[in-house]
Design a protein around this ligand. Structure first.
Ligand SMILES: *Cc1c(COP(=O)(O)O)cnc(C)c1O
Length: 429
């Protein structure tokens, strides 16, 4: 495996950008590979290495890389110009399309990132209810704005998880563990919360599924306490199925945030929900929201082109690939007598280096992060690009094939063998 050029570029980047990157997770140890090009399920780096990609831009690329339908839509838009400061019809087309698939989003607003979507949904919930406090799930990720950057841990008063976030910005943020309806019930009785923001399937501590009736109970308890329910479906929207987690689990939130897939790999965020809440958003109401790039033509047409490719049959096939890969991983681990946990749903999957199912953030903490990092490094040497952190989710795309999966399982087998021959004294995890 040749890495000279990536190493050289990274050393240059280190002098120009903090940690050499534009987003922290990309600072892979010892350095990230620099990409030359990508198509379908594959990425080539500047040193000529080829990878089967399961990072997939951290979620947006459900069609795989460089899908011609998206390329064409973007190229057509570029011919016509790409930034007008006044709306285009594609905005209405995409809004209608989203609303059709997410009927709970009676009205919606386009923004430029998932971060902006959750920030704006939270502001709308606070503005609509006139309440400041909100509840989030411990370890859930809703982007990089102040109110959600809180340290996990159920202290009475939240502390910021980042320098530069004032204590005042998080003092109204309350956290409860995932899959624990009692804790939520208790919190909502104690505080008068504007909303609960929740990833219906957690995706940012690795994939963690809601148990049996959890989401339905969440809906019930929030309703009883007059607290709005916000589903952050930035990952799960158009990922699990066309209507996202709310369709799959049959639970209707008051507000929804989308991002990632809806922009087809270009920057986007969407928040929307009940008409009376969304009518509070400027200019029809007093909740401020604005953005130079909001409803950007290129993101709109790329999003539309992406959604137009998606259909039931595609999801059946690709979710089937997810089931197959998870099954093959479980078999492989049984064969190697390694204790770890394979989790996921549909096209989302991850291997957790721990010996019991991960139900919430505390369980995820028990994972051997170093071991995962080594696994991911060995997998890159095998030609597989996994999400470079234990606490990210891997994604299968419509461009992946059965052959890709078989190659991937052989790579896992080799990588595990190397991983466990390093420390023969401590078999298991
Ligand atoms: C990625 C993500 C965000 C943030 O989206 P950005 O476009 O990176 O700002 C918010 N919520 C969830 C659940 C995410 O996975």
């Amino acid at each position: 495996m040749q890495t000279d050029e990536s190493e050289r570029l990274y050393n240059k980047a280190l002098k120009l950008m903090p940690g050499g990157v534009s987003s922290p997770v990309r600072a892979i140890d010892p350095y990230p590979f620099y990409v030359q090009r990508a198509s379908d399920s594959r990425i080539w780096d500047v040193d000529g290495n080829l990878y089967i990609d399961y990072c997939m831009g951290y979620g947006p690329l459900i069609l795989g890389h460089a899908r011609p339908a998206v390329q064409t839509a973007v190229a057509e838009q570029l011919k016509l110009g790409w930034d007008y400061g006044t709306p285009i019809k594609a905005e209405i087309d995409l809004a209608e399309r989203i609303q059709e698939d997410f009927p709970s989003m009676e009205m919606l607003r386009f923004v430029s990132t998932g971060t902006e979507a959750t920030m704006s949904a939270l502001r709308a919930a606070r503005g609509f209810t006139g309440k400041d406090t909100f509840v989030k799930i411990e370890g859930s990720y809703h982007g990089a704005h102040d109110a959600v950057l809180v340290k996990p841990g159920s202290a009475a008063i939240s502390t910021a998880s980042s320098l530069g976030v004032p204590a005042a910005a998080v003092k109204n943020t309350v956290q409860v563990p995932f899959n624990d309806i009692e804790a939520l019930s208790y919190a909502l009785e104690k505080v008068d919360a504007a909303c609960l923001m929740i990833e219906p399937v957690m995706g940012n501590i690795g994939p963690v599924l809601p148990e049996e009736t959890y989401l339905a109970d969440v809906r019930k308890v929030t309703e009883e306490n007059e607290t709005l329910l916000i589903f952050d479906e930035v990952i799960t929207g158009f990922r699990l199925c066309i209507g996202g987690a709310q369709c799959l689990f049959g639970v209707t939130p008051d507000l929804t945030t989308l991002g990632k897939i809806v922009g087809g790999g270009f920057p986007i965020g969407v928040f929307g929900g009940k008409k009376e809440i969304m009518e509070c958003v400027a200019p029809s109401g007093g909740v401020f929201n604005a953005g130079t790039f909001s409803g950007h033509p290129v993101s709109l047409v790329a999003g539309l082109a992406t959604l137009n490719v998606l259909n039931e049959e595609g999801y059946r096939r690709v979710n089937g690939l997810g089931d197959l890969l998870r099954r093959m991983l479980v078999d492989l681990l049984a064969e190697l007598d390694i204790r770890f946990v394979v989790q996921g749903i549909g096209t989302m999957f991850q291997v957790f280096f721990t010996d019991k199912p991960v139900r919430n953030y505390q369980d995820a903490l028990a994972c051997d992060v170093n071991r995962y990092n080594k696994l991911a490094a060995f997998m890159r040497e095998e030609g597989i690009f996994l999400a470079p952190s234990q606490y990210e989710t891997n994604f299968i795309s419509l461009a992946h094939s059965n052959e890709d999966l078989e190659y991937t399982i052989r790579a896992y087998a080799n990588a595990f063998e190397r991983l466990y021959s390093l420390d023969v004294d401590t078999p298991g995890y």
